[in-house]
Design a protein around this ligand. Structure first.
Ligand code: FAD
Ligand code: SF4
Length: 566
């Protein structure tokens, strides 16, 4: 049965009314909810706010670096230190390395643009910070529903405005038919609904299309970040030390770089970010990340260490020029659902918190004035006046320069972010636009060099399945697939035939496998097998599939990774 048939037979849905419904309990969504409650408390008024989070608890689906710029969290909670926020480890040292296959050149500190310096920032687990934000939100009276995915946008009868969301149905079998544990999803209705689903939000994507929010913008641009958490011997720990790398193993036409941060408690968080505008379909971001760890400059940090965590997540990296309109009748997009991350700094957590606060300010003012379901125009207006806008404006050309190759990228970033500020120019006087979406950048397999990746050694480098295992990923098996194909014939006919099946390489969880079986009478057939239960919700397939035939939809709430301290 289709969701519409289920609703027709078992509906109508039970509905609950709130002032504001927030989709996504990450830093952006929780900052929205917290700010609304703070504003109401300051005015002595009441506001009802609910946050839906598809992970089993706030933080369970959060995958980040992370070095946090504390500017926004300090605006949200000036006394965060007193409140015990898990920002415990200040950055103590900053290295930027340009890697060749065996060597590493360190950039002198005086040449590193001010915006790339991490002095004053904190090495954190964003999962832990998110969990803490969830506790603060609940203490202020926010209702948080963990384990509930917003599966559908609910519109006003004439379809002109958003009036809330519907949670996914529970207890639907693989065949789409309700089983004994069936429960129809609920409608959560709000005067305003704020979407904070993070990168490539499932509902955010639909809203951008319906309200044409990206009209006139450059196509959005993404990267895939793959991360591991390691426990290191005490004598190898350098708490607060931060390393960023450029160069090897990427070639000059492929955008990517590594990060390695020493946390407190003898832990290292490290990972590799690959631009999803890569061209060679033989490239595997997972294997690039494994290979990167074998570089002497990285391997040296991991001697005697043990890997304890793994995960992956897309990064919305298009910046200001790809930023869609962030408001529509009845709601707003905040954080990475909109695309506020600063790719030059690989930092988006401060931007998510800041934009959540700005959207909350606008929603509070509107509700206080008796409005509902209209456009919160005060939110984008406030963003344009904010420090975040100035920050993103300075780095608006960053990814476009790197599209012209790493040499041009490095040179122009140096000019825009080091030289021009020294000459008193806060943002570059020129603008470089991007015209091609990430799913359109692949060359054919035949015209691309095949890449041979080394086999994992099980100590420093690993395979995908043992990696997914430590992400604690789990989905209820008896449910409709949450990775759907618009046309089941396309993977073999186009993706395999033309691009040698790139989904089997770009998925960091080994979800996609081309399987050849004997169909009898000596005939072999090949099909795409989708191991959906391994999916870590990174959204790469939804972004990079060259035919845009793969559609990621929310599985039953609570399914997916259960990251600890990522
Ligand atoms: C590898 C990597 C390294 C990074 N390094 C840094 C760094 O060093 N510093 C930094 O500041 N930033 C870094 N970032 C970026 C940072 O993680 C993001 O900018 C930030 O997490 C965005 O916050 P958000 O609240 O917008 O989205 P998210 O953090 O993605 O949170 C979204 C939440 O919404 C939930 N959700 C999504 N859809 C639904 C739905 N339909 N229903 C219910 N719940 C839903 C998700 O489960 C999730 O909990 C990094 C990102 C990656 C991937
Ligand atoms: S199936 Fe798609 S969303 Fe899931 S892990 Fe693989 S690439 Fe990411």
């Amino acid at each position: 049965m289709t969701p519409a048939e289920i609703l027709a037979q078992y509906g109508p849905r039970e509905a609950m009314d709130y002032d504001v419904v927030v989709v996504g309990g990450g830093p952006g969504g929780l900052a929205t909810a917290i700010r609304l409650k703070q504003l109401a408390a300051a005015k002595g008024s009441e506001i009802s706010v609910v946050v839906l989070e598809k992970g089993s608890e706030p933080g369970a689906h959060i995958l980040s670096g992370a070095v946090m710029d504390p500017q926004a969290i300090t605006e949200l909670f000036p006394n965060w230190q007193e409140l015990g926020a898990p920002l415990k480890q200040p950055v103590t040292g900053d290295e930027v390395l340009f890697l060749s296959e065996t060597g590493a050149t360190s950039t002198p500190q005086w040449l590193i643009p001010a915006c790339f310096h991490n002095h004053g920032n904190y090495v954190i687990s964003l999962g832990a910070v998110t969990k803490w934000l969830g506790e603060q939100a609940e203490a202020l009276g926010v209702e948080i529903f963990p384990g509930f995915a917003a599966a559908e946008v609910v519109y006003t009868d004439d379809g002109s405005a958003v009036k809330g969301i519907a949670t996914g149905n529970l207890g639907i079998g693989k065949d789409g038919v309700p089983n004994d544990s069936f429960q129809l999803g609920m409608a959560l209705l709000g005067k305003y609904t704020v979407f904070a689903e993070g990168s490539r939000g499932n509902l955010g994507k639909q809203l951008i299309a319906k309200f044409k929010l990206d009209e006139g913008c450059d196509p959005q641009s993404y990267a895939l970040g793959i991360k591991e958490l390691w426990e290191v011997p005490a004598d190898k720990a350098r708490p607060g030390h931060v390393v960023h790398t450029a160069g090897w193993p990427m070639n000059s036409e492929t955008y990517g770089g590594g990060f390695l941060y020493h946390l407190e408690g003898n832990k290292i968080t490290l990972g590799f970010v690959t631009g999803l505008d890569y061209k060679n379909p033989w490239l595997s971001p997972f294997e690039e990340m494994q290979r990167w760890k074998t570089h002497p400059a990285i391997r040296a940090h991991l001697e005697g260490a043990k890997r304890i965590g793994y995960g992956a997540r897309a990064i919305t990296a298009g910046g200001l020029l790809s930023l869609p309109k962030t408001v529509f009748p009845g709601g707003a997009l905040v954080g990475c659902d909109a695309g506020y991350l600063n790719a030059a700094r690989i930092k988006g957590s401060h931007a998510a918190i800041k934009t959540g606060m700005l959207a909350a300010d606008a929603a509070f003012e509107a509700i206080t004035a008796g409005r509902q379901h209209d456009e919160l125009v005060a939110y984008p207006a406030a963003f344009e006046q904010s420090w975040l806008h100035a920050e993103l404006n300075q780095s608006r050309n960053f990814k476009q320069w790197f599209k012209k190759g790493s040499t041009v990228g490095t040179l122009m970033t140096g000019i825009e972010q080091w030289l021009l500020p020294k000459l008193g120019m806060k943002s570059p006087p020129w603008t470089i636009h991007r015209t091609v979406a990430d799913h359109n950048t692949l060359r054919t397999a035949a015209e691309s060099p095949k890449i041979d990746y080394p086999k994992p050694d099980g100590k420093l480098t690993f395979d995908r399945l043992s990696s997914v295992f430590i992400s604690n990923t789990n989905h209820e098996e008896n449910q409709p697939a949450h990775l759907t194909l618009k046309d089941a014939s396309v993977p073999v006919a186009i993706n395999l035939a033309t691009y040698a099946g790139p989904e089997s390489r770009y998925c960091p969880a080994g979800v996609y496998e081309y399987v050849t079986t004997d169909a009898g009478a000596g005939v072999e057939t090949t099909r795409l097998q989708i191991n959906a239960q391994n999916c870590v919700h990174c959204k790469t397939c939804d972004i990079k599939d060259p035919t845009q035939n793969i559609v990621w939809v929310t599985p039953e709430g609570g399914g997916g990774p259960n990251y600890a301290g990522m």
